[in-house]
Design a protein around this ligand. Structure first.
Ligand SMILES: [Fe+2]
Length: 246
C-alpha cells in the first residue's frame, strides 16, 4: 500500500518527536504492508512554519537513517497545508510541496480546521483550480460540520476537489461521527484515497491494512485496492520515477 499522508518526520510538527520514534513508525508501516510513505508535515502559519526546502532536507536525512537500519520503506514528501489566506503567498514563494501531478494539475493536501468549514473555502478552491492546483481535502470525516452534514463536502468535490479518508476513522479511533461520515463517503464513492495520517507508534500508528479490509467488506476488494494502492500510486508516481540515464 502507498500512504499519501503521514507525520513520520521527527521534530517538525505534532507527529514523531524523535528519530527513534520515526524509525519505529517506519517499521510498523512496513509490517502493515505499506511500501511507500509520503511524508506530509503540517504547514500552519505561526504554528508549524515548514516549507518545501525544510521538508526536503528532513526527508533526505530520514531516508539515510532508514537505509542505515535496512528498513524497506520508500519515502516521498509533500505537506498538509492548513487552509488560510496565506496560501497565495506560500504558493508564490514555492513554500508548498505538492503530492504529485494529475492531468496537468498539481495536487495539494489541504487541511480544514476540525470545527467547521471556513467561509470562503469555495472561493479559495475556485482560485486554486484556476491556477491548476487541485486541493485534496484531508480527512473530511473528522471535521465536525461535515460529521453532522457529510453531504456538505459534495459541492467541493463538484468544484474539482479530491478527498482522503483516514484509515483509523473507519476502525473507530475518532468516534462514531467520523466513522459514520467515512462510511458515507466510501459508499458514495466521493473519496479517492485512504491514508494513515500516522502521528506516533501508539495511539495513531501508520496503519492502513485494517481499513482496507473494512472497505473491502463494505464495497468490495477492488475499490479497497484502488483507494489504498492504485490511486495513491498514480498520484505520487513522479516522486518515485526512475532517474533518467539519457
Ligand atoms: Fe495529518
Amino acid at each position: 500500500m502507498i500512504d499519501i499522508h503521514c507525520h513520520l518526520l521527527p521534530g517538525i510538527d505534532d507527529g514523531s518527536s524523535s528519530i527513534e520514534q520515526s524509525l519505529q513508525m517506519a517499521k510498523l508501516a512496513v509490517a502493515d504492508g505499506i511500501t511507500h510513505a509520503i511524508l506530509t508535515p503540517h504547514i500552519n502559519p505561526g504554528r508549524w512554519d515548514n516549507s518545501t526546502a525544510l521538508i526536503a532536507a528532513a526527508t533526505e536525512a530520514f531516508r539515510a537513517a532508514l537505509g542505515a537500519e535496512n528498513i524497506a520503506l520508500q519515502l516521498g514528501f509533500a505537506a498538509e497545508v492548513r487552509i488560510s489566506d496565506q496560501i497565495f503567498q506560500q504558493l508564490d514563494n514555492g513554500q508548498i510541496p505538492f503530492l504529485g501531478e494529475l492531468d496537468g494539475y498539481q495536487v495539494m493536501l489541504l487541511e480544514f480546521p476540525h470545527s467547521h468549514i471556513v467561509p470562503g473555502t469555495g472561493k479559495l478552491v475556485d482560485w486554486l483550480i484556476r491556477h491548476r492546483i487541485r486541493p485534496l481535502i484531508a480527512h473530511p470525516e473528522r471535521n465536525r460540520e461535515l460529521m453532522q452534514s457529510p453531504e456538505k463536502l459534495l459541492p467541493l468535490i463538484d468544484q474539482g476537489c479530491l478527498a482522503q479518508v483516514t484509515g483509523a476513522s473507519l476502525t473507530g479511533r475518532f468516534g462514531e461521527g467520523s466513522s459514520a461520515a467515512a462510511e458515507f463517503y466510501i459508499r458514495k464513492q466521493v473519496i479517492s484515497y485512504v491514508a494513515s495520517d500516522a502521528h506516533n507508534t501508539s495511539t495513531r500508528p501508520p496503519a492502513m491494512a485494517a481499513a482496507r479490509q473494512i472497505i473491502a467488506s463494505m464495497v468490495g476488494a477492488d475499490i479497497a485496492t484502488r483507494l489504498t494502492v492504485d490511486a495513491p500510486r498514480q498520484l505520487v508516481a513522479s516522486q518515485f520515477a526512475a532517474p533518467s540515464h539519457a
